[in-house]
Design a protein around this ligand. Structure first.
Ligand code: EPZ
Length: 418
């Protein structure tokens, strides 16, 4: 298994390009199931999770033509099953459920299990679809969903603004009969991107960007071309990278719009971020100080930035309290950061980080999910000596050319094969 070797202690300087958002690309690819015509997606990142979603679409009988960052999806659905072998690799596989059911009247999707960051049920997806007329059974580890004729509109009030449930229900509602309202919908920018693409395909969605989406179902959707928005979490990760390492970098294509909560916290901590015509410019200003943050649904501080911000706080001066409210088990990076000399105590949903006010010390480490893994890479950049991050396949799921991008900015980082 590949590993990443980092020799820490070098400031970052230079520029790197931000790719398309993984978490927008995945539902957008699933939206390809909603039409027989070609859906052309531009700015698709090259990531393992994208390959997994591509396998699901191929499994359903669709054709995919990938040319660099462009992917054309089209063709007829010949199979309405998402098999366990693929779904177990990625929970977002469940996003094919709504489109398949709305389009074909049936879908059989393996139940995604729990995962390292929490139990992550899909009950909200299923309840919403049932409200739209689907008959849903759970059998043999699979979700078996059927509807006679079309789904129908419904007023769905989500008890929690789940990103995936909002996306699944939104896609299903585009082809339902009548009007669907999704109240307390998640407002993550990736949902706005999905809704914009669906409207370009002929859907009638209003309230985009708000917590109340209204969808008037149409009989069919047509093809469209859509460019995926830049990855805000990749952007935020490199902002934290320059924070831990020092120096200054330009993130080409990066946008501040969707990162307000993080940029505010970074500013208080001592990392200046400025939007320029060429992208986001970031610089560490003198000493880092501890800042408390709490993860919340968008527009709050993103849970997908919690681990990286913790790596930054680990090297700051003073204490920071980091509270995780979205997932129940998203502190797996803590023991590994502590092995590198960080001083972090977890109590329930909060972690107290007593910043060491200087470098950590390099060590072999590993993590069990994507954002936790990248936080260890950041810690490695800020550490004396060598850090080896094991289980690189987590990073391959969500960070395109991580080693190359950091090397281009002066980091001493390399991928060790085997
Ligand atoms: C999306 O996951 C993202 N994934 C996650 O990114 C991200 O961490 C998360 O949203 C929160 O922002 C994709 O977009 C592909 P949720 P999702 O449904 O949709 C509970 C990354 O690193 N819940 O908003 O699965 C759930 O257990 C990843 O890129 C239910 O209880 O997140 C969790 O505690 C990881 N029942 C909370 O809601 C449900 O039916 C938030 O989940 C659905 C969710």
């Amino acid at each position: 298994m590949d590993r990443i070797l980092i020799r820490g202690g070098r400031p970052l300087t230079g520029r790197l390009a931000i790719g398309g958002a993984k978490n927008a690309a995945l539902p957008l690819m699933a939206a390809g199931l909603l039409t027989e015509e070609r859906l052309v997606l531009e700015n698709i990142p090259e990531l393992a999770d994208i390959d997994t979603m591509a396998s699901l679409l191929l499994e359903a009988g669709l054709t995919l033509e990938r040319q660099g960052r462009r992917c054309a999806i089209g063709g007829r659905i010949t199979r309405t099953e998402a098999p366990y072998d693929i779904v177990r690799r990625m929970r977002a596989s469940v996003l094919v459920l709504g489109p398949l059911l709305a389009r074909c009247g049936e879908a059989r999707v393996s139940l995604p299990g729990g995962c390292a960051i929490g139990t992550r049920p899909v009950d909200l997806h299923l309840k919403g679809l049932a409200q739209m007329g689907a008959d849903i059974r759970l059998e043999g580890g699979y979700i078996d969903a059927r509807v006679a004729g079309r789904l129908h509109g419904a007023e769905i009030v989500l008890p929690f603004p789940s990103v995936g449930a909002t996306e699944n229900l939104l896609m299903a509602a585009t082809l339902a009969e009548g009007e669907t309202i999704i109240a307390n919908a998640a407002r993550e920018p990736e949902i706005g991107d999905l809704a914009a693409c669906l409207n370009a395909m002929g859907a009638e969605i209003s309230g985009i960007g708000s917590d109340r989406l209204t969808i008037t179902g149409v009989a069919r959707l047509h093809g469209a071309t859509h460019a995926i928005l830049p990855d805000r979490i990749e952007t935020g990760t490199y902002l934290c990278a320059v924070g831990v390492s020092g120096g200054e970098i330009l993130l080409e294509g990066g946008q501040a719009t969707h990162l307000a909560a993080l940029i505010r916290a970074l500013g208080e901590a001592g990392v200046m971020v400025e939007e320029t015509a060429a992208g986001l410019f970031a610089r560490r200003m003198g000493k880092l100080v501890g800042v408390d943050v709490m993860t919340e649904p968008y527009p709050g501080f993103p849970t997908d930035m919690q681990a990286q911000f913790m790596a930054l706080m680990a090297v700051a001066e003073g204490a920071a309290m980091i509270t995780e409210t979205i997932f129940e088990n998203r502190f797996m990076h803590v023991p590994e950061l502590n092995r590198m000399g960080a001083r972090i105590n977890v109590h329930g949903a909060s972690a107290i980080v007593r910043g060491v006010g200087g470098a950590l010390s390099g060590a072999p480490v590993m993590a069990t999910d994507l954002r936790a893994s990248v936080s260890l890479v950041l810690a490695g950049l800020a550490a004396r000596g060598e850090t080896i991050v094991n289980r690189v396949y987590h990073l391959d799921r969500g960070y395109e050319a991580l080693v190359e991008k950091l090397t281009g900015c002066g980091a001493a980082i390399e991928r060790l094969k085997g």
